[in-house]
Design a protein around this ligand. Structure first.
Ligand SMILES: Nc1nc2c(ncn2[C@@H]2O[C@H](COP(=O)(O)OP(=O)(O)OP(=O)(O)O)[C@@H](O)[C@H]2O)c(=O)[nH]1
Length: 971
């Protein structure tokens, strides 16, 4: 009975792709995919090859995996009479020589094992076999075979093919090789004692020799002991601030002694005088900025000055005065500190100032505030105090900066983004403004980050999307699968652009999403909603691969989902499947029957031929990929489409990605929200459902407004949260619209991000520059691709996601937007819709008319040398409605401005039938008979080009100007 390769692979526990490879090597050809079947003869052949392969004929990849499963035992060897003692010794536990001693450390035991291994390696190259070990009488020794056998596959897996080959050799050969192959320690160490293996496995033979030379160094074990021992003897912790107390404080400590002396001599301390003096000073300073705080200290110093002036006798003559001054100054300073601290919450700073007044005063302004940061992320709005704390800038410094800009602000004043950035720039702080964490961030990211327990996961139906060229039979084929009655039932119902159904196939289900085109398919990806698991590419056998088929291939490939080809219309007399297969392979889809990995099913939507085979292939592909979901969690999914119905309100077609959606659930979807009022089957518009499991499409009522197609939906606990998130998103999208658009991906931005390391590479660290190439002819595409192939960079690669003939379309822009790609338009122009979408989405359409310029730009980009020397600014477009030929003047084009503006002095690109035919300077621009400086959208004008008279009606004239940018100095 025939068996599928993937099923056999499962049975043999090898990878399907590996088995495909084995089949080819076994001479069973034409098995390019895991879905291919093997008949009995082929199965025998493959198995025989595998047995032979793993039996020691040199081994291959197949044998590697197989040996790990089926042949854990290495060839058994008879026990050599002279060697058992060695083996017993290595086995360890019961050997006389290796009987464990209590005073031996683990490492010394391991070293000995290693030494023994090395010693035995001189005499014997063959590892201990299960049989050998089993012959030992001791019960404990009986554990050895298990250890050795268990160790082998792991060792094999690591050592790879070479080891396989080596170990698969017959004994004699192995014996011959004995002197050059040492016994691996892993062969003698039980699998449970991995730690030992790792300890010993650090080096090769010679290294072990070295280890043996050094008997018991154990330096590492000593180190921590020393560290621990030192701790108690460490000097008693001393507050650095205390040790740096300024000299002024010393008298405080000595005060009692001097004071007592002075008092004994009958001196009176003029404390009141000093108190008054400082009170006066303090009041006047209170009105000044805190920078003047130092004066408090000065006053204190001044108070001490007279005493100092009198030399040594400071304490003797005016000791009490000096002391009183110091005390007063300190008291005032402390009070002042407290008040500033209360105002500014800058405790550290004020403390620092008080303690080191002279350094502050004499040297350059050194801030003693919290450590200054150069890279700060700050959430706005924030107060000046919060700004100061976040950046480490003293609040006074911030205030001074603002003062310089004419703003007097208090510490509790709120800073806006602009002001914060201004201050940060002034102080050399790189400020990043963080958006405050919203309820959306908290709730939605919590849902997004939720990881399902493996035990909760259950198989789910695959979601399949049909893609292909117009009229190749997508709708008909889906109709055939579902049943015509459904389609006819739908005709009288809701007009649906996206159809989504879940159908039964035996005991399995398949979910189909029929999008109006690949553009809608990619649109969902662009919104981060990947609903499709498998793409079915419909290609009419009579037409073969057409332009939209090419696009569909690019879109499916970009989505990185498995592709199945349905070669449809096989019933049509002109069907030429071979030609279609040939074309498909040219586009990178090599059919399985030609040795590739793409399943091609021949179908007819009219006769029903191949429909079952197609469903079976879908299910098998799904089985291989094991699509799973957790039906017991709250639902998340995507809105496929929505519309307003007169009787039911908003009806949204949703597809559940994960979890189960139930009636009564609170949902938020984009900027809309609601509670699921009712759910309806998509096949039967009036059939109510209570819940929708993973992969199920369902029509839902209960939204306040129609959500946009492609928006993700989430189930929340609280309707108030849902409302808040929806409103927040709505406000944001409004602000985005008003705020204009920024280019998402452009060559220059790519280069910038590349240089700043902001682009994530693949596993190998390679970053890709995605390009969508549109050109006037197939020849141009080939020439450009040939040139691009020559560009070789170790870390950055150019990936041409799509290369097709024709103007830039909306689908290209959608694909570019979803895949962060730049569109290269060679001698073609974008249509109006594409142009406007590109503006909306921030997609760069880079236009060229010279091949070498395309490759030169990309080359410079890869080398990080692309410089914007000149930039093309698009001004407007005009349609040529009529032409007038005037002798001695030339051709005048009577035009209507379709968009933007045509202005004097610009250049004009002439496009005919979607292709550029050249660009020329504008010679004259007239409104009626007068010269015009500019002509705006909707107006008519006369245009005369310099050096070009072959203008024709229907031509599109694009006005643009080239702005030159000065090169930087280093260029
Ligand atoms: N003979 C024959 N005709 C078919 C087959 N499949 C589709 N057709 C016909 O081809 C035409 C187009 O089929 P559709 O199913 O509308 O093709 P489509 O790809 O869905 O087209 P769009 O939705 O416009 O993209 C219809 O007249 C179908 O009857 C087939 O297998 N054999």
């Amino acid at each position: 009975m025939p068996i599928r390769i993937y099923a056999l692979a499962k049975e043999l526990q090898v990878d399907s792709k590996q088995l495909v490879d084995i089949c080819n090597r076994a001479g069973v050809t034409g098995k390019g995919s895991a879905l291919a079947s093997l008949d009995d003869d082929e199965l025998v052949k493959v198995k025989a090859f595998m047995n032979k392969d793993s039996g020691g004929d040199g081994g291959g990849r197949g044998s590697q995996s197989r040996s790990a499963v089926d042949e854990p035992m290495r060839p058994e060897r008879p026990v050599q009479p002279a060697k058992p003692s060695r083996i017993r010794t290595l086995g360890g536990p019961l050997g006389n020589k290796m009987r464990p001693k209590e005073d031996e450390s683990q490492s010394s035991y391991e070293e000995e094992v290693a030494d023994e291994s090395a010693a035995v390696a001189q005499e014997e190259s063959t590892p201990v076999s299960a049989k050998e070990a089993a012959q030992t009488p001791d019960a404990e020794k009986g554990a050895e075979p298990a250890e050795v056998v268990a160790e082998k596959p792991a060792a094999d897996a690591q050592s790879g093919q070479a080891d396989d080959q080596e170990e698969a050799k017959p004994e004699e050969e192995a014996d011959q090789d004995a002197p050059v192959r040492s016994i691996r320690r892993g062969d003698y160490i039980a699998i449970g004692s991995q730690r030992k293996v790792r300890t010993l496995g650090g080096g090769s033979g010679p290294k072990r020799e070295d280890d043996r030379d050094k008997p018991k160094p154990k330096p590492k074990k000593v180190t921590p002991v020393v560290k621990i021992a030192k701790m108690p003897t460490a000097p008693a912790p001393k507050q650095p601030t205390q040790s740096k107390e300024p000299a002024a404080q010393k008298p405080i400590m000595q005060l009692p002694k001097e004071a007592i002396k002075g008092a004994k001599k009958g001196q009176k301390a003029p404390l009141e005088e000093f108190t008054k003096l400082h009170e006066k000073k303090r009041k006047s300073k209170d009105r000044k900025s805190s920078a003047d705080f130092e004066e408090v200290v000065e006053v204190r110093d001044d108070a001490e000055a007279p005493a100092k002036g009198k030399g040594k006798g400071k304490g003797k003559s005016t000791g009490m005065a000096g002391m009183a001054g110091s005390r007063d100054a300190r008291t005032q300073g402390r009070k002042r500190s407290k008040s500033i601290s209360a105002d500014m919450n800058e405790g550290d700073e004020t403390r620092g100032r008080r303690q080191r007044p002279r350094r502050e005063k004499s040297g350059p302004k050194i801030s003693t505030a919290a450590p200054r940061k150069t890279d700060v992320a700050l959430e706005l709005p924030c107060t000046l105090r919060e700004f100061s704390e976040a950046t480490g800038l003293p609040a006074q410094a911030v205030q001074r900066t603002l003062m310089a800009f004419g703003q007097m602000v208090t510490i509790n004043a709120t800073l806006d983004a602009e002001t914060a950035e201004l201050i940060a720039a002034e102080h050399g702080v790189d400020l990043k403004i963080k958006e405050p964490e919203s309820i959306e961030d908290t709730l939605i990211s919590q849902i997004e980050d939720q990881v399902d327990d493996e035990n909760d996961l259950a198989e789910r139906p695959p979601v399949v999307t049909f893609l292909g060229h117009v009229d190749h039979g997508k709708t008909s084929l889906l109709d055939k699968i579902i049943g015509l009655d459904v389609v006819s039932g739908e005709a009288g119902g809701i007009t649906q652009h996206i159809r989504a159904y879940i159908v039964d196939k035996g005991d399995k289900k398949i979910s189909f999403v029929d999008t109006p085109g690949h553009e809608a398919f990619t649109e969902m990806r662009a919104r981060g909603a990947n609903v499709t698991d498998i793409a079915v590419l419909i290609v009419a056998a009579d037409d073969g691969v057409m332009p939209q088929t090419e696009e569909a291939i690019s879109h499916a490939k970009a989505a990185e989902v498995p592709i199945i080809v349905a070669l449809n219309k096989m019933d049509v007399p002109g069907a030429n499947p071979d030609r279609a297969l040939q074309q498909l392979s040219q586009h990178g889809l090599l059919p399985a029957e030609w040795g590739g990995d793409v399943e091609v099913v021949k179908t007819s939507a009219i006769t029903g031929e191949g429909v079952d085979a197609l469903l079976e292939t879908i299910l098998l592909t799904s089985e291989i990929h094991e699509y799973k979901a957790n039906p017991s969690r709250d639902a998340v999914g995507v809105c496929l489409e929505a519309e307003q119905e007169s009787d039911r309100g908003v009806l949204a077609k949703l597809i559940v990605n994960n979890g189960t959606l139930k009636v009564g659930d609170v949902i938020v979807c984009g900027s809309t929200f609601g509670r699921v009022k009712a759910m309806y089957d998509t096949l039967d518009a009036r059939k109510r459902l209570e819940e929708a499991a993973p992969s199920t499409p369902v029509n839902v009522t209960g939204f306040d407004e129609a959500p946009a197609a492609g928006e993700k939906f989430y189930v929340l606990k609280d309707i108030a949260d849902a409302r808040e998130i929806a409103e927040m998103r709505s406000d944001r999208s409004r602000a985005d619209k008003l705020g204009g658009h920024t280019v998402k991906v452009s060559f220059e931005q790519f280069q910038e991000r590349l240089q700043s390391g902001n682009l994530a590479g693949d596993d190998a660290g390679i970053v890709y520059l995605n390009i969508i190439l549109r050109a006037d002819t197939r020849g141009s595409i080939e020439a450009i691709q040939k040139e691009l192939d020559k560009l070789d960079h170790p870390e950055v690669k150019v990936r041409v996601m799509q290369a097709t003939v024709g103007g830039v379309t909306v689908a290209d822009v959608t694909l570019a937007s979803a895949s962060n790609a730049v569109i290269v338009a060679f001698n073609v122009i974008p249509d109006e819709a594409a142009r406007s979408l590109a503006d909306d989405r921030g997609v760069e359409i880079r236009r060229y008319d010279i091949i070498y310029k395309v490759t030169e730009d990309i080359k410079l980009l890869l080398e990080g040398q692309l410089k914007p020397e000149s930039r093309v600014t698009e001004l407007g477009r005009a349609l040529v409605q009529r032409t007038f030929s005037i002798s001695r003047i030339g051709t005048i084009a009577g035009c209507r401005v379709l968009g933007g503006i045509i202005e004097r002095g610009c250049r004009i690109r002439v496009n005919r039938d979607g292709r550029g035919i050249g660009d020329y300077p504008l010679d004259s621009l007239k409104r009626e008979k007068d010269d015009a400086k500019e002509v705006r959208e909707g107006y008519e004008c006369g245009i005369k080009l310099s050096g070009f008279n072959d203008i024709k009606e229907g031509d599109i004239l694009e006005a643009f100007k080239v702005e030159e940018f000065a090169r930087t100095l280093e260029s």
